[in-house]
Ligand binder design. Sequence first.
Ligand code: ADE
Length: 378
Amino acid sequence: MAIVSSQSGSGAAARRAVDNAGAAPQTRRQSLLDPRSCPEDDLQGDSQPPGSTAAAEPPGREDSLRPRRLADYIGQSELKQVLGIAVAATRSRGEALDHVLLHGPPGLGKTTMALVLAEELGVRCRITSAPALERPRDIIGLLVNLQAHEVLFIDEIHRLNRIAEELLYPAMEDYRLDLTVGKGTTARTRSLPIAPFTLVGATTRAGALSSPLRDRFGLIQRLEFYELEDLQAIVERTAGLLRLQLEQEGALEVARRCRGTPRIANRLLRRVRDVASVQGHDHIGVELVQEALGLHRVDDRGLDASDRRLLTLMLEGYGGGPVGLETLAAGLGEDPTTLETVIEPFLLQQGLLQRTPRGRLVTAAGRAHLGWPVQLAA
Ligand code: ADE
């Protein structure tokens, strides 16, 4: 094995990485990975047949509803086109797909797309998330166990710590791990080749990624909120998988109320199913959808209790704004990041809220939606 100097930026970081890795060797019961990622046996280097992680585990509720191929994936047409071309070109060259960064609000299908990519490439997808990669050996264990052309999906990639990030740089660029063995004057860097692989990173906060990490992704794609007709098609597809008899108008009503987000659409549909089964209906029409979603306080535009609390606090407490994110988060007892990445994006996209340099502002449409009089310009 050739010994090369660490090119990953911080030698000290890489050194700590291997020191840690060496200090605590893996045992059969020590899972280095997020429990969603792979069976423990894999960590010992046992090879598994290609296939997605989802296929290797009993499917979760969300998993059973996911599209498996690009052709089944509804919406995000630009993303599908870009990735479809990249997959076809990569396959024809017999290479690993370039690294992909997917960013956008939660629930829009970033994990699903990573699994779809693996399926299209005919390889396994390992799923983990940055908070699960706390120790250097976590990411080292994952990288050395990858087979050629496999997909490694890291959710919340903006939360990777510096050591993990620096281990990733040569891995992404040259399929190489730069590990430092020993301490002090006897420390040496060893370079370990790893299989060519594809990193699919997902984040709700692309701006929080360091630029060296962002620059190592060959494809950077934003997932957008879904169009109404795509959401209706997704709801109809899910209803089919759940064997529900849902009228078109009912599907459209769920689509209108799901904040442009398939994950929420599927969740709302399950709540509608509950009401239908308790009331003994086999057919689900628009009135039943309205009743069920009203019960869950999801209004006709898809705003839920958290959205309305935010807008109401702004209107009642701060005259509609401008008001700072931290102030609002404190007032609501929410974490500012959750407010910024989960609640705000849909309200902004709907034009109910505005971000200004002086803080957040409820728009005229936001006031009208909550039944407040629209303010006349001063
Ligand atoms: N279920 C959840 N998201 C989906 C999508 N984009 N296409 C098809 N089915 C889905």
